[in-house]
Design a protein around this ligand. Sequence first.
Ligand code: SF4
Length: 286
Amino acid sequence: MSKEDPQKHVEQLEEAVKGLCPAQLLEDVTDAKKWGRSHGLAPKKGGVIVSTQNTKLAKTGRDKDQEWEAWGLELAAGRSSGYSVCPTAVGERLGCLKYCLRSAGFGAFKPVTNARNRRTKLLFENPTHFMTLLVNDIRVLSCRAKAAGKRLAYRLNVLSDIPWFRIAPWLFDFFPEVQFYDYTKELSSLPSKATKLPENYHLTFSWHEKLSEKQMKGILGQGFNLALIFRGVTPAMTLPHEHWGYDVVDGDEDDLRFLDPQPAVVGLRAKGTLRSREGKGAVEAG
Ligand code: SF4
């Protein structure tokens, strides 16, 4: 695939994956696993290959939300892999990349960034095999969660902003028992008469510097949730109870955004390199 135009990459991915059939993909899982192993994608604990759990995802299910087990697909944010997976990470100082959570937690370590880059390259370089591994992971994780009396929540864009509901609508149909969810900065993902979200897919919209206050309030006004980082609020501090007249949900407590009341502001605290930036007020990073 070409590596020139950031918008083009998602379009090219759409072309490659839109017509795939998940049942058929699973028939070729042995070949896909062989391909994965030869490209550095070894099965991890429990047999999953492309899925991961960061600290926040792993925390989910341990405390108040015992019913859920959360996993996700962690790609390389922006275009650090050579392929653009975040359409808003463009322009001056690469847009939202400067507020990105990619450096938070284990994201500061080279093996983690290398693994994200490898996954992203392989998704674009062999979408069929990669999607086979993804579908197989979700199947394995969902069965495991069910056996433990839980449900699987799967975040497809841990560090990316790919419109999966448009490019691979079959994924949501194939796993009706799985709750998919994401954050997005893409206003074009706002559901309309022409574009409806799958029933098992929840989107929380999130701030980026090209969104005006009017647009953000518009998102809330349409009944959707909006994530904002409240600078100056440390982990020991509580978030404000309301912002712009909407209740603030503490988004750092867990990652189960689909359980949040709507409309609400999802408040987050600055993490990673963002913590040291100056300034107060609400800004967001996905
Ligand atoms: S903030 Fe979100 S959309 Fe922007 S680069 Fe990071 S992961 Fe991508």
